[in-house]
Design a protein around this ligand. Structure first.
Ligand code: SF4
Ligand code: SF4
Length: 121
């Protein structure tokens, strides 16, 4: 982004923020998970500002869980995950899921051939 979007949310819309996760993917897309608080009206206007600035905004009201019984550790999900939450363990060749890095983008949910990645609301 060529704008200090988080700074503007504070300055122009009086929103408080807490950055939960932030990543820049290899394709140089920025991913930011923010907790925002403030007046409802300011929140709506702040989100509108983000959208108009070209930011794709989605609520994080869901969680991604891996069904360990279903996962075959095939590795299909590893290159798809933009945040490195799914990683092959070099020694065991098992796929580890680090849910603290997951931003619930759901890419792995669609990609997993045995539907081991599940969305929970
Ligand atoms: S694609 Fe599905 S089965 Fe394969 S490693 Fe990922 S979660 Fe496990
Ligand atoms: S939903 Fe899947 S692909 Fe997206 S960040 Fe979480 S683990 Fe990675």
């Amino acid at each position: 982004m060529d704008q200090p979007i988080v700074c503007n949310l504070v300055k122009d819309y009086e929103l408080e923020f807490n950055i939960l996760k932030a990543y820049v993917t290899p394709r140089e897309e920025g991913l930011l998970v923010l907790e925002l608080s403030g007046e409802d009206k300011n929140y709506e206007q702040g989100i509108q500002y983000l959208r108009e600035a070209g930011v794709k905004v989605q609520p994080l009201s869901q969680d991604i869980i891996r069904n360990e019984e279903r996962c075959t550790h095939c590795g299909v999900c590893v290159p798809i995950c933009p945040t490195g939450a799914l990683v092959v363990e070099p020694l065991t060749r098992k796929v580890n899921f680090y849910d603290n890095k997951c931003i619930a983008c759901e890419l792995c949910v669609k990609a997993c051939p045995v539907r081991a990645m599940e969305v929970h609301f």
